[in-house]
Design a protein around this ligand. Structure first.
Ligand code: URA
Length: 282
């Protein structure tokens, strides 16, 4: 392989894993930076309480917040006061328009500063089917709507296969409202600060069935660290609402053979929405 072909292959691979922006010449280990900041803060003021509005990073390492999977080693620690603040704001919202305004005004998630748009939801609020994905990507950040890129187009085809259309009878949101740089996985601080708003969105939309797209929404909302391949294909419950974890459409684009598993999950969702009546889908 010549150098140009090799470089093109590397760039193509970066794109396929979501690295579509050059933001520095040298790699930065942000987990290490957060760890050092936390250590410094702890050395300076070991007894000092953490202000609710200053930062989501806590120098102490509290128990995992409500509904979250355990934080990864070296991951930034969650500030419970900040999460409580987010929850109080979210719970004070009695309708979706007020909640959306509150999310747009919320400055507690560090990702907001680097995002072009706040991406909240698409489709029909109040639809009996609600889908929760992970986080906006580059296309979603640019356009301000969830699932509008390649994964979104596949998701639309998946919905069409069970007779659904986001413009008519599905409501779609994500665990995060702002794009993580280079499409990396949400970290525990970002997830914890957005989760109260996502939960409120679900409560206010009152779906009959929730479809969880990938490991991030499944572990965040079901409060488990089990992987998506173990969680999918079985009914779980979120506050009494049946929830089906399935494979993320971006994963299905990379692993087309896994579409048959996702198809089984979609058929189960269709059956649940039709009152568990057999529908002859085979
Ligand atoms: N992937 C997601 O999880 N959400 C989006 O909105 C787009 C891609």
């Amino acid at each position: 392989m010549d150098q140009i072909t090799e470089n093109a292959a590397i760039l193509e691979w970066y794109l396929s894993v979501g690295v579509d922006e050059a933001i520095g010449d040298e790699p930065v280990d942000r987990f290490e930076t957060s760890r050092r900041l936390a250590e410094r803060a702890q050395a300076k003021a070991p007894q000092a309480p953490v202000a609710a509005t200053s930062s989501a990073l806590s120098p102490a390492s509290p128990a995992p917040f409500h509904g979250a999977a355990p934080a990864a080693r070296n991951a930034p620690a969650v500030n419970p006061a900040l999460v409580e603040n987010a929850r109080a704001i979210a719970e004070a919202c009695d309708d979706i328009a007020t909640l959306e305004a509150a999310i747009r005004a919320f400055d507690g998630c560090p990702l907001k500063a680097g995002a072009t748009h706040t991406v909240i939801a698409d489709g029909i609020a109040g639809a009996d089917l609600m889908l929760i994905g992970e986080a906006p990507g580059a296309d979603e950040d640019r356009l301000g709507r969830p699932f509008v890129g390649r994964a979104g187009q596949l998701l639309d085809r998946m919905l069409a296969a069970i007779g659904r259309d986001r413009a008519r009878d599905a409501y779609i949101a994500n665990i995060l409202f702002w794009r993580p740089p280079a499409n990396r996985k949400p970290d525990p601080v970002e997830t914890a600060t957005c989760l109260p708003f996502v939960e409120r969105l679900i409560h206010l939309s009152k779906p009959k069935v929730i479809l969880l797209l990938g490991g991030t929404p499944a572990s965040s909302l079901l409060g488990t660290s089990e992987g998506i391949t173990r969680l999918r294909g079985r009914w779980h419950e979120w506050h009494g609402i049946p929830a089906m974890p399935t494979l993320h459409p971006a994963y299905l684009l990379r692993q087309p053979l896994a579409k048959r598993e996702a198809w089984r999950d979609l058929l189960a969702v269709r059956r649940k929405l039709s009152g568990d009546k057999p529908s002859g889908e085979g």
